[in-house]
Write a protein that binds this ligand. Structure first.
Ligand SMILES: *Cc1c(COP(=O)(O)O)cnc(C)c1O
Length: 389
C-alpha cells in the first residue's frame, strides 16, 4: 500500500548518527546545541530548545508562560490530542475553537465572537494554541492583533509546519507569537526518531525552558542560591522533567535539516500534481498561496458537502483496499471519550464536524514517484464514482 507519509534516511544521516555512537557523549554533548543553532538560524529566531518530542515541548511551553491550575487554554478542535493535553498537564482547563472550511485552521470570525463572549463572562483564555494544520499557517497577524486586545499568549503548534512560511517569514520566527513548537516524529517533515523543538525570541522564556527540560537544575555558579557550594555543586531551583533530546537524535536532526527546503519543494511538486489532477472533480483540494507557503505535511482533500461519515469511511476503506493508504487527520478532539467527560457534546462545533465527515489525507512524501502519484489519482477518481456515482 502507498502510505500517506514516509520518512527518508540518507547515508549522510546514518554517518551523522554513527559519529555520535563513536564519540564519548551519547547525550548532553555538542550535537544538541548545534541542532538548536541550526533551527534558530533557519527560522530567524533568537532561541531554540530541543526536547524529547513535541508533546513535551508543548508541556514545558505552557509551563514557561505560566499556565497553571484554574487557567483556561483554547486550541483548535481539529488537531492531534497533544495540543490540548499539554494544558491539562498544567492543571488548566481547555476549550476548543471551530475551524474554517477554507484552510481547516481556526476560523478567525468565530474566534472573534467567542473572545467577545468570553470577555463578557470574564472567562478569557490565558493562551491560545494555534495549529498550522497540514503545514498551512494560520492567519497569524490577525490572531496577534486579537491577542493584544484580549491579552492572551500565543503558542504555535507547528508540528506540521517546519519549512513553511507565513507572509514570507519562516514559521517558527515567532514574529506573531510567544512560542512555536515543532515535531520530529518520523511522519513529520524532518525527523529525529522522536523529537521536538520550541522557538522563542524571549531570553527569559528560553532560560525557563532549558531548566524545565532538565529537572529544574541550575549549574551556573553565578546563579546559585547557596553560596558555600564546592566546584561540583548543582542546585534544583524549580520542578522540572527529563525531557532532553539525545545527541544521537540531534545528529540525525542536524543532517535532516539540511534537506528541509528540498523536502518541502518536493512536497509542493506532488501537491501541484494532485491539484491539477483533481481540478474538474468533486474533490476540494487545499489552499495554495505563495505568501503563506505550506510545508504540505498533509494533502487534505474534502469530499462534497453533505457527505456522511459512513460514506467517507466506505470511500477510505475501498481506496485502502486498492492500495492507496488514505488517512484522516483528525477527529474533533472533544469527541474523544476522554474529552467528552468535559461536557462538549456532538454538535458543539459545526464546521469541525462537517470537516470530520468530509476530509481525508492523500499520500504525500518526498520520495513518492510519478507512477505512485498517478495510481493515487486514478484510484481516488474511480473509487469516488463507485461510492458516490
Ligand atoms: C505530531 C503532533 C504532535 C505531537 O508530536 P510528538 O513529537 O509525537 O509528541 C502535536 N501536535 C500536532 C498537531 C501533531 O501533529
Amino acid at each position: 500500500m502507498i502510505p500517506y507519509g514516509k520518512h527518508e534516511i540518507s547515508d549522510e544521516d546514518i554517518r551523522s548518527v554513527t559519529d555520535v555512537l563513536k564519540s564519548s557523549n551519547l547525550t548532553q554533548g555538542s550535537y544538541v546545541p548545534a541542532f538548536e543553532s541550526a533551527i534558530s538560524s533557519y527560522c530567524g529566531v533568537k532561541h531554540a530548545v530541543v526536547t524529547a518530542n513535541a508533546t513535551s515541548s508543548l508541556h514545558i511551553g505552557c509551563l514557561a508562560i505560566g499556565i497553571s491550575s484554574g487557567d483556561l487554554v483554547w486550541t483548535s478542535a481539529i488537531t492531534f490530542v497533544a495540543s490540548a493535553n499539554c494544558a491539562l498537564y498544567c492543571g488548566a482547563r481547555v476549550d476548543f475553537l471551530d475551524v474554517s472550511l477554507t484552510d481547516y485552521n481556526i476560523d478567525i470570525q468565530k474566534l472573534k465572537k467567542k473572545l467577545e463572549h468570553a470577555r463578557k463572562s470574564s472567562d478569557l483564555p490565558k493562551a491560545i494554541i494555534v495549529v498550522h494544520l497540514a503545514g498551512q499557517s494560520c492567519e497569524m497577524a490577525e490572531i496577534r492583533a486579537l491577542s493584544k486586545t484580549y491579552g492572551f499568549y500565543i503558542i504555535e503548534d507547528a508540528s506540521h509546519a517546519i519549512g513553511a512560511r507565513y507572509m514570507n517569514s519562516p514559521v517558527g520566527c515567532c514574529e506573531f507569537s510567544d512560542l512555536t513548537v515543532f515535531s520530529f516524529h518520523p511522519v513529520k517533515i524532518i525527523t529525529t526518531g522522536e523529537g521536538g523543538a520550541i522557538t522563542t525570541n524571549s531570553s527569559k522564556v528560553a532560560k525557563k525552558l532549558s531548566l524545565l527540560r532538565s529537572h529544574g537544575i541550575v549549574k551556573e555558579k553565578t546563579e546559585f542560591v547557596n553560596s558555600q557550594s564546592g566546584s561540583l555543586h548543582y542546585e534544583q531551583q524549580s520542578l522540572g522533567f527529563n525531557y532532553r533530546m539525545t545527541d544521537l537524535q540531534a545528529a540525525l536532526g542536524l543532517s535532516q535539516i539540511k534537506k528541509l527546503d528540498e523536502y518541502v519543494r518536493r512536497r509542493h511538486e506532488i501537491a501541484d500534481f494532485y491539484i491539477e489532477e483533481f481540478k474538474n472533480t468533486s474533490f476540494t483540494t487545499p489552499p495554495h498561496s505563495r505568501s503563506c507557503y505550506s510545508s504540505f505535511h498533509l494533502f487534505i482533500t474534502l469530499l462534497p458537502s453533505g457527505t456522511s461519515l459512513d460514506k467517507k469511511n466506505e470511500f477510505i476503506d475501498l481506496c485502502r483496499k486498492a492500495g492507496v493508504g488514505l488517512a484522516f487527520h483528525y477527529i474533533p478532539v472533544y469527541l474523544h471519550p476522554y474529552f467528552s467527560n468535559f461536557g462538549h457534546l456532538s454538535g458543539y462545533l459545526k464546521n469541525s464536524e462537517e470537516y470530520y465527515s468530509r476530509a481525508f489525507s492523500v499520500p504525500i512524501f518526498p520520495s513518492m514517484v510519478l507512477s505512485q502519484q498517478e495510481k493515487v489519482s486514478e484510484i481516488l477518481k474511480t473509487t469516488f464514482d463507485q461510492v458516490f456515482g
